[in-house]
Design a protein around this ligand. Structure first.
Ligand code: PA5
Ligand code: NI
Length: 190
């Protein structure tokens, strides 16, 4: 492979040139938000885009890196903010860096044993996610929340564990402000 450069639009989060645009709508995240009735009522009328992410496809090999940018739209399902699905890495002993580019949000991280850590992410805030920590981003603002991610080429994604338990904590809006509540569906896998 030859070295290359790309253009990254900090405001929209778009990478150019890119190979893949992934669009996650509410119907792709069924059961991930706590308020099932709010989800059902919204889906009766529309199927909102929750987030999009843009990738340049690189070899899924040790030694390479994967690059992606994500834009989470502002909004809520019930009182729970729009968020990514979240995942552990398939090769769980791999790490990741997230860098905030626009808007404001929160990074939720956890281990399968239930150790939990959150961080506020704004433009210029760089977060290091160590090996074994699952990660999800949440848009707590009223504008698109944009961030860049870089991780090992062969890390892969494990969505299944998060689909079955969710995260330890859930971010909801109360009195106009973000508030963590315990996730009743959470259970330890480790
Ligand atoms: O690699 C990452 O962690 C990110 O690029 C995410 O894949 C992206 O933000 C989309 O989130 P998810 O993969 O949890 O749907
Ligand atoms: Ni990741």
């Amino acid at each position: 492979m030859r070295p290359f450069s790309m253009q990254l639009d900090f405001r929209k989060g778009e990478l150019a040139p890119r190979d893949r645009t992934n669009i996650r709508k509410l119907s792709d995240m069924k059961g991930m938000f706590l308020d099932a009735e709010a989800e059902r009522l919204i889906l009766e009328k529309e199927n909102p885009v929750i987030y999009s992410f843009y990738e340049r496809l690189l070899p899924e090999e040790n030694g390479h890196l994967q690059l992606a940018t994500t834009t989470i739209h502002p909004g809520k399902i019930g009182d729970e903010y729009f968020m990514t699905k979240g995942h552990y890495h398939k090769r769980s002993a791999t790490s990741e860096v997230y860098l905030g580019l626009a808007g404001q949000g929160c990074l939720l991280t956890q281990t399968v044993g239930g150790d939990f850590e959150s961080m506020v992410i704004k433009p210029g805030v760089l977060a290091y996610i160590p090996p074994y920590w699952g990660h999800r981003m949440v848009n707590t603002g009223s504008t698109p929340f944009v961030f860049f991610a870089v991780y090992p080429g062969d890390a892969g994604h494990n969505y299944g564990d998060i689909e079955s338990t969710g995260f330890v904590k859930i971010l909801v809006e109360r009195d106009g402000k973000p508030l963590f509540i315990d996730n009743p569906r959470w259970k330890k896998l480790g």
